[in-house]
Design a protein around this ligand. Structure first.
Ligand code: ATP
Ligand code: MG
Length: 356
């Protein structure tokens, strides 16, 4: 049912153990997703959006792994001869090679990427790949799977879907490939679709068409979408809720209207100021880009990770204390020392948060 909890990330930490040191790519991320909602995860390059998504499916690249936290997935399963069963699985606790996580991948949760060629094979036809994805998880005959594949291709707007079953990916345009990948990701009716920058590589018109398509399919298939993007225009158009990430942490989260109209975190405010405004460039007015660089992932600043670039930096506080999550109304959260009682927070957090 829409509005029920679908996924809960609790203090998720994913790290890469490289020869040069440990990269804390995801460093204590917590957020929740509801059934039927679109959640956008936004932030600059390297802030941990993709690693968060890959952690959910346990497909983090070597030498990375989930080291702490929980990923609670609320699964609804139809057991043979019984009514629907609700179960909660901690995906973080599953072995990346286990049967249990393979059951979830592609069936309950599927993922699409910026570059379709990373998940579509160049040596098999589109049809064979979709049919295989269907038969991997659903007990249907080859003919039934083929009929479903044609229907899915038709549904995602691929012309002459019957003929296209025999096409190879290189025979399709970028937009058509992305549609084929969406068709494949929907093959088992997932309850969650994770889309990692699905339209970044496409031209503006095709991008708008693909976003429209995802919105339609979300309602039709009754699924939730986690949409990863660095494009705030896409967020404004698609999101119900927004998670703003910075350096592996959640800086702020809330519903899309609050984030756009009343951003609390100085980082969110800076991100919003950096959106190109129509006509400004034509008038020769420069964009307000965010000051400074994202810090080196091997050498993270202590205290608030954003303090090195923040216009509201408070010496002695922001560089010492890691801001705790502060609730700002219903389902609204910000991690910034500007909010709440700073003195009390300093006293309080020193017991629980390490002051570096
Ligand atoms: N295989 C890897 N080995 C070492 N570090 C990695 C690896 N993959 C990702 N990282 C590091 O993890 C951090 C988060 O990366 P991630 O790919 O999640 O960023 P992102 O927010 O998706 O950025 P982008 O917008 O560029 O896609 C970065 O510091 C990155 O360098
Ligand atoms: Mg990424």
């Amino acid at each position: 049912m829409a509005g029920e909890t679908l996924l809960e990330l609790k203090n998720l930490k994913t790290q890469f153990f490289t020869d040069d040191g440990v990269v804390r790519a995801v460093d204590g991320v917590s957020f929740e997703m509801k059934r039927g909602e679109t959640l956008c995860v936004v932030g600059e390059s390297g802030c941990g959006k993709s690693v968060t998504a890959r952690s959910i499916l346990q497909i983090v690249d070597y030498p990375g792994r989930v080291v702490e936290g929980q990923i609670l997935f609320h699964r609804q399963r139809q057991e043979e001869g019984k009514s629907e069963v609700n179960e909660i699985i901690d995906l973080a606790a599953l072995d990346p090679r286990s049967r249990a996580i393979r059951d979830v991948r592609g069936k309950d949760i599927s993922m699409i990427f910026q570059e379709p060629m990373t998940s579509l094979s160049p040596i098999h036809t589109i049809g064979d790949q979709i049919i295989e994805a269907i038969r991997l998880h659903l007990p249907v005959s080859k003919e039934e799977a083929e009929a479903r594949a044609v229907e899915l291709l038709r549904r995602v707007g691929i012309p002459r879907p019957g003929d296209r079953l025999n096409a190879y990916t290189f025979q399709l345009s970028g937009g058509m490939r992305q549609r084929a990948m969406i068709a494949m990701s929907l093959s088992c009716n997932p309850s969650l679709l994770i889309a990692d920058e699905p339209t970044t590589a496409l031209d503006v018109t095709t991008q708008a068409q693909i976003l429209d398509l995802m919105r339609e399919l979300k309602d039709e298939f009754g699924m939730s979408i986690m949409l990863i993007t660095h494009d705030l225009g896409v967020v404004a158009e698609m999101a119900d809720d927004v998670v703003v990430m910075y350096l592996g942490t959640v800086a702020e989260k809330g519903d899309v209207d609050s984030i756009f109209h009343d951003p609390k975190h100085p980082y969110t405010q800076a991100l919003l100021r950096s959106i190109p405004k129509l006509g400004l460039r034509a008038q020769g007015i420069r964009l307000d880009s965010i000051r400074g660089m994202v810090p080196d992932p091997y050498n993270r600043p202590g205290g608030c990770p954003y303090h090195t670039r923040c216009d509201d930096f408070m010496p002695g506080l922001c560089d010492k204390i890691t801001p705790p999550p502060i609730e700002m109304g219903e389902e609204r959260l910000v991690r910034c020392l500007l909010y709440g009682d700073q003195k009390a927070m300093a006293d309080q957090t020193q017991q629980t948060v390490k002051v570096r």
